[in-house]
Design a protein around this ligand. Structure first.
Ligand SMILES: Cc1ncc(COP(=O)(O)O)c(C=O)c1O
Length: 331
């Protein structure tokens, strides 16, 4: 039996604000299990209990604490106008008395809805840019940081999605929760399906797998780029994360643990697909679980397609991680 304690030790070595209410619930998806004839489970990281929940709150537990320990008085970060990341980051900053400066790509809507409404509710300062180019957006972040410094402030920059060593540590802990649940209930999860974007969520899970020796597969369903590029991104973050926690793994070993499927990406990031639409509808009507059309809907499309194609045995236990994002439905 794999021991999850090592993962709680590793994640516990990084100070946390503890915003997230953990462990998140994990349950069988009974209707989908009956429908597809294979056991499908869901870990409810949409229910992390902070700022409407989602995978980013696990990362911000650590990142905001890091900002505070460095004596910072504000955060600067970026995302799309409907960024889940920016919503939770600005709420976490507000709770700890830090100002939040967001650079959002996309045009300013006449009536703000969804995540943008919540960014404003928690008092974030928002700047819009029509640019989607990361280099240009990073330039805008640098300018904001310089301005704050010139005014005597001490800003903390956060990489998009919080996918760095500090933030991704949150998913080492999540891997511990999954192993712990399996051990306590006698459930042997053989696969995990999760949406993979800025890559820190999958990288944290992969690091957790390697550190603990858990034998299952972790499939990241790419929501933003081709598999080769996404695999490289996840591997790089996982390798750095392992080093950060003083674990030495050969690059090939890390790469072997990184499985990425881009068959559900469609035309690209934030572009819906019929399979995603169908998966969101099916989860809502079968299980009363609301997904979104950017991240979890695409990951669920993969899960349901693999299930329909008989990729999982009847007695297999497959875990879908619901990483949040349903606020997008109110965009
Ligand atoms: C709801 C949701 N799920 C999944 C992801 C992807 O997580 P990561 O960026 O860590 O790959 C995101 C990222 O923004 C998200 O908002």
């Amino acid at each position: 039996m794999v021991d999850p304690e090592i993962l709680f030790g590793v994640s516990g070595s990084v100070p946390s604000c503890g915003f997230s209410v953990l462990p998140t619930p994990l349950h069988l998806l009974p209707v989908l299990t009956d429908l597809y004839g294979t056991r499908l489970w869901c870990k409810r990281d949409d229910m992390t209990g902070f700022a409407f929940g989602g995978n980013k709150s696990r990362k911000l537990d650590y990142l905001i604490r890091d900002a505070m320990e460095r004596g910072c008085d504000s955060i600067v970060t970026f995302g799309s106008v409907q960024s889940n990341w920016c919503r939770i980051a600005s709420a976490a900053a507000a709770v700890k008395g830090l100002d939040a400066y967001l650079i959002l790509s996309g045009s300013e809507p006449v009536v703000p809805g969804g995540n943008l409404l919540l960014d404003r509710l928690v008092g974030a300062s928002v700047e819009f840019t029509e640019s989607e180019k990361e280099s240009e957006i990073l330039d805008l972040c640098s300018r904001q940081i310089e301005k704050l410094r010139n005014d005597g402030g001490n800003p903390y920059f956060m990489a998009v999605g919080g996918s760095d060593n500090i933030g991704s540590t949150g998913y080492i802990k999540a891997m511990g929760e999954i192993i712990s649940y399996g051990n306590e209930r006698g459930v042997d999860f053989s696969r995990i399906f999760v949406a993979s974007g800025s890559a820190g969520t999958q990288a944290g899970l992969v690091a957790g797998k390697l550190i603990s020796g858990w034998q299952g597969d972790i499939t990241g369903v790419s929501v933003a780029r081709q598999a080769v590029e996404q695999r490289e991104k996840v591997s790089a973050i996982a390798a750095a994360l392992l080093r950060f926690h003083n674990y030495e793994f050969a690059r090939e070993e890390v790469e072997k643990a990184v499985i990425v499927d881009d068959n559900y990406l469609g035309a690209g990031y934030r572009v819906n697909t019929p399979e995603c639409e169908e998966a969101v509808t099916r989860f809502a009507r079968s299980e009363g679980v609301f997904l979104d059309y950017v991240y979890t809907g695409k990951a669920a499309a993969a899960l349901l397609d693999y299930s329909a194609r008989g990729a999982f045995a009847r007695e297999e236990d497959t875990l879908f991680i619901h990483t949040g994002g349903a606020i997008q439905l109110f965009e």
